[in-house]
Design a protein around this ligand. Structure first.
Ligand SMILES: *[C@@H]1O[C@H](CO)[C@@H](O)[C@H](O)[C@H]1NC(C)=O
Ligand SMILES: *[C@@H]1O[C@H](CO)[C@@H](O)[C@H](O)[C@H]1NC(C)=O
Ligand SMILES: *[C@@H]1O[C@H](CO)[C@@H](O)[C@H](O)[C@H]1NC(C)=O
Ligand SMILES: *[C@@H]1O[C@H](CO)[C@@H](O)[C@H](O)[C@H]1NC(C)=O
Length: 278
């Protein structure tokens, strides 16, 4: 009986594994993006800490700043800006913190020099955030984080293209303006690199099918065996089920095997090893 026991216990373990919930995909936080291309999952998690960047793609200063000509652009990714030094000085900063706390109530701000004064315009709010791939055809290239702001006179936006660069974190020294108030800037950052996960969707599928077939064969065997023993051998009652003792002993065998496994693993984790009797 030992060989058959082994097979049966193997089946039992396999079915338990099959019943364990498998990870599902979807959802994601504000600065996350998960894209699946056939059997590959590209996970972007911009705000997650890494060894070199404990704040992920977020600037440790509390803001990124790009100045071209007389125009300055401040922004932070995935969060509002914080200024411990060098805050924007704007004539009017009404919709982003007011003159005393200018820049702290939005996540992208532009200051234009108008006759010696700096006039600020909010171009992005943390509540309006959208993350998309830079290039649908090469999902590893990076993502575009777009933030926008609805103003009384004009609607503005800022698109930050976060290109995957495993070596350095650098914001470009220039930006583009398109339309009335749509800004674009480029950032190279290790957090712009996707985590590539190979998902073998079909793997569990064929395993499940195999388990199903084996289960059906098992049930068929018991059924046919019972009918045969009942009608042809004339065995009455519950005794008609073939290998009854074995089936009844299964729960005990499974539990003793599990106990053995637990014992073995706890021993292994202590660094010593001793053979286990089942
Ligand atoms: C990938 O992203 C999905 C959805 O955001 C998440 O459920 C999953 O845990 C991520 N996988 C890894 C390995 O980070
Ligand atoms: C800066 O000034 C140069 C020259 O006047 C102009 O070509 C360029 O478009 C300006 N850039 C921005 C972002 O305003
Ligand atoms: C700004 O956007 C809002 C909502 O998308 C729209 O209703 C409004 O007309 C836009 N305003 C301007 C000035 O384009
Ligand atoms: C500005 O636009 C040019 C031409 O479309 C592009 O090559 C460049 O990468 C853009 N720069 C930024 C900072 O978006």
């Amino acid at each position: 009986m030992p060989a058959r026991d082994g097979v049966a216990l193997g089946l039992l373990v396999a079915s338990i594994l099959w019943l364990v919930p498998r990870p599902t995909h979807g959802g994601g936080g504000a600065c996350e993006l998960s894209v699946r291309h056939s059997d590959v999952l590209y996970n972007y998690s911009l705000a997650s800490p890494t060894d070199k960047f404990p704040h992920g793609v977020l600037s440790e200063d509390g803001f990124y700043k790009v100045t071209v000509n007389e125009t300055s652009l401040w922004f932070q990714l995935c969060d509002q800006m914080i200024f411990n030094h060098d805050p924007p000085r704007c004539y009017d900063c009404q919709d982003c913190g007011g003159p005393s706390r200018c820049g702290t109530m939005c996540n992208a701000l532009v200051a234009n020099s108008v006759g010696g004064y700096f006039v600020c315009t909010t171009i992005g709010r943390a509540s309006n955030l959208n993350v998309a791939l830079i290039d649908q055809n090469s999902p590893q290239k990076g993502v575009v984080v777009k933030t926008s702001s609805i103003g009384p006179k004009v609607n503005c936006s800022l698109s930050v293209s976060v290109f995957c660069d495993s070596n350095e974190a650098q914001v470009s020294d220039t930006f583009n303006i398109t339309g009335n108030c749509d800004y674009a800037v480029v950032l190279r950052h290790p957090s712009g690199c996707a985590k590539v996960i190979y998902v073998n969707g079909k793997g569990w599928g064929w395993f499940g099918t195999l388990m199903m077939i084996i289960l059906c064969l098992l049930v068929g065997y018991v059924l046919v065996g019972t009918i045969y023993r009942f009608f042809f051998l004339g065995i009455q009652g519950i005794e008609a089920i073939p290998n009854l003792e074995f089936w009844l002993s299964l729960p005990y065998k499974a539990s003793s095997m599990l106990r053995g496994l637990v014992r073995r693993f706890s021993r292994d984790s202590r660094g010593s090893y001793a053979p286990v009797n089942y």
